[in-house]
Design a protein around this ligand. Sequence first.
Ligand code: ADP
Ligand code: UDP
Length: 238
Amino acid sequence: MEKLAQIYEGKAKKVYATDDDTLCIVDYKDDATAFNGEKKGTIVGKGVINNQMTNRLMAKMEAAGIPTHFVKELSERETLVKKVTIVPLEVIIRNISAGSFAKRYGVNEGIVFSAPTFEFSYKNDDLGDPLLNDEHALALGITNEAEIAQIRKYAYAVNDVLKAFWSSCGVTLVDFKLEFGKTTDGTIVLADEISPDTCRLWDTATGEKLDKDRFRRDMGGVEDAYSEIMRRLVEHDA
Ligand code: ADP
Ligand code: UDP
């Protein structure tokens, strides 16, 4: 497999073409951003952790019957994935109130929902990722009803697997963001990453935040939190 030209550089990852038209390589950086890129910084070692954590979690999804873009881990920071056309939706599942949900509806963080919520926003940095409902997504021609149904089903299934896994590590899964893509043959698969950048993870015993909120809110201990969450995963799988 040959790594060819960079095709995209995002806020947290770079994407490279390969000599196989159906595959690309993602390269995880230590760069961190928040508030739609307004806050910038570095989380030393994050790229390695997010790459390895994403791959281990993607494998758990595959085992549960959820198709993903994962092909092969190439190095500490690089992974070979199926090249997909990303459906421009940020799919968010919440089990507990936090972040923009708490702000939007004027409620405290930490309210445990009786059932998880599903929402998506339009993946468009220029517009600040505005919230959408199904009809808006259809009206904008972003996707179709069958795809929305499939994405919703997969997102809830990811929640079931992820919530149970983190729970067995003493970690509470508060909320997370997923991205889905279409492979060259039109199949919808889970893409992008599953990491402390994209999930809220609270230590079940102490309530301590073990995710990117430590960076967003200048809480300190950011690197330690990423290392701790990775340590729990590795220890669990050992
Ligand atoms: P952003 O674009 O939000 O700054 P990243 O820095 O994480 O995000 O960049 C990675 C980009 O690669 C994202 O736009 C993501 O949608 C895209 N991506 C993730 N998985 C794949 C894939 N399998 N094929 C093509 N693009 C992907
Ligand atoms: N999230 C993400 N990327 C985004 C927006 C949100 O990964 O562009 C994740 C975030 O880490 C959290 C969940 O999605 O786990 C819900 O985020 P929320 O809508 O509360 O927004 P935020 O508080 O990040 O503005």
